[in-house]
Design a protein around this ligand. Structure first.
Ligand SMILES: [Mg+2]
Length: 160
């Protein structure tokens, strides 16, 4: 099982980074969502995120998502990317550009699985942006704990 950090858009100047959880933030968390046909998009949340980014001068945005469904054998890594790329495309169509994805497939505790800070630290170190200019938006207490463990800012999606 593994951790993957993928850049979708290379940007030269990164000042402020918004990191999003995926399930429960831009799509409904229906329990290991992985089929395009069954996705339920949170368009309202996407709009709120876009406005929030504009208002607060964030110029980079990406996902940090636990996908233990792969580790549990519920779906394959290929199925994950198929579905995930569709989600990125839907975000883009609604005006939300996704610049990177940090994802892990572990089903057991790992440094790279939230609430541990591995994915968030990877993003922080890769872009070398000061922690105070990084905000993570999620929907669960494990997201909040991961942000705390990575010493970055945190908000619940219903707080923006
Ligand atoms: Mg979530």
């Amino acid at each position: 099982m593994k951790f993957i950090f993928e850049i979708h858009n290379a940007k030269l100047e990164v000042n402020k980074i918004l990191i999003l959880d995926r399930d429960g933030v831009v799509i409904k968390d229906t329990g290991y969502p992985h089929k395009i046909k069954e996705l339920k998009f949170e368009i309202n949340n996407m709009k709120k995120i876009i406005n929030f980014m504009r208002k607060n001068d964030f110029n980079l945005c990406g996902f940090a998502t636990n996908q233990s469904g792969v580790g549990r054998g519920y779906f394959s890594e290929n199925q994950f990317w198929n579905c995930h790329n569709h989600i990125i495309e839907m975000c883009r169509k609604n005006g939300l550009e996704i610049d990177f994805t940090a994802v892990n497939f572990f089903k057991v505790e790992s440094y790279y699985r939230k609430p541990h800070p591995g994915m968030l630290n990877q993003i922080k170190y890769f872009y070398s942006v000061n922690s105070k200019n990084i905000l993570f938006i999620g929907d669960k207490s494990s997201d909040e704990k991961a942000a705390k463990n990575a010493t970055i800012n945190y908000k619940f999606i219903n707080q923006i």
